[in-house]
Design a protein around this ligand. Structure first.
Ligand SMILES: C[S@@+](CC[C@H](N)C(=O)[O-])C[C@H]1O[C@@H](n2cnc3c(N)ncnc32)[C@H](O)[C@@H]1O
Length: 131
């Protein structure tokens, strides 16, 4: 950011969910959920981001037609995302059976994704549109 002298970036170094209290309704064009904590134990799945408690305020903060992108290497996280996100008022934009394998054209890989790849896990890229 310093090198490129960017002055339009803000970082909230805290719980992202706190932003829902201050973001105006229909104010965001895009939201990214990149390699969220997997919470592998079934009894902890309610703590995942892709639950009604988080998706409802996210839906409110996004503009109609806004994009919501999810990247994860955890197959059960994909399952829960595909079950819960459409229920919360989003449409999954999918262009074919292998679509989830293709990163977005403007994608920058993340540190966690690099680790997942090194350990042989497969990234999944899901794109939703807020209805
Ligand atoms: C598996 S790491 C992925 C980090 C990074 N997105 C990447 O791909 O390299 C998950 C990250 O989510 C962060 N996280 C979990 N819950 C959060 C929350 N409520 N608000 C903000 N960050 C959160 C954790 O601190 C952790 O850094």
């Amino acid at each position: 950011m310093k090198k490129r002298k960017l002055d339009n970036v803000r970082i909230h170094a805290g719980d992202a969910r706190d932003l829902f209290d201050v973001l105006p309704e229909a104010s965001l064009d895009k939201a990214f959920l990149l390699y969220p904590d997997p919470w592998p134990k079934a009894r902890h799945h309610r703590r995942r981001f892709v639950t009604e408690d988080h998706l409802e305020p996210l839906h409110r903060a996004l503009k109609p037609g806004a994009a919501f992108r999810v990247a994860t290497d955890i197959p059960d996280y994909v399952r829960q995302t595909l079950e819960e996100v459409p229920k919360a008022g989003f449409e999954w934009l999918v262009e074919g059976p292998e679509d989830w394998r293709r990163p977005w054209s403007d994608w920058y890989s993340t540190r966690y994704e690099q680790k997942a790849l090194r350990e042989g896990r497969v990234p999944h890229y899901l794109t939703f549109r807020r209805l």
